[in-house]
Design a protein around this ligand. Structure first.
Ligand SMILES: [Zn+2]
Length: 115
């Protein structure tokens, strides 16, 4: 389950932010997860729950925004949602497709509190 490694990374980043802001409580995390990252949101949320259990971070609200997989045809410029990883232009049938979005995985927002 590679979500565990990602969850640990996210928590690390969140800890750093909290330390630099002298925050004592974590209210919420909002993540942007591309559909092309192969991350299962449910697993990621489960992992974050496990690693924060019985820690000062426990009980925060997690929001995961899924970023759709969008491709752009290099030949005709058509942009389209890629279904089932079929990188074929819906307009001209070309195989020269670049990814516009869907590969990202980042922390969009966190909400913290100072005591
Ligand atoms: Zn095309």
């Amino acid at each position: 389950m590679h979500e565990m490694g990602i969850a640990l990374n996210i928590l690390d980043i969140v800890k750093q932010i909290m330390i630099s802001h002298e925050a004592s409580k974590l209210n919420s995390i909002c993540l942007a997860v591309g559909r092309f990252t192969a991350v299962v949101p449910h697993s990621l949320s489960f992992c974050l729950e496990i690693i924060t259990k019985n820690t000062p971070f426990e009980g925060f609200n997690l929001e995961i925004e899924q970023v759709p997989l969008i491709g752009r045809c290099i030949d005709c410029g058509n942009e389209f949602a890629v279904c089932e990883y079929r990188f074929v232009c819906t307009s001209c049938g070309s195989n020269s497709i670049e990814t516009v979005s869907g590969r990202e995985l980042f922390i969009k927002e966190i909400e913290i509190e100072r005591m």
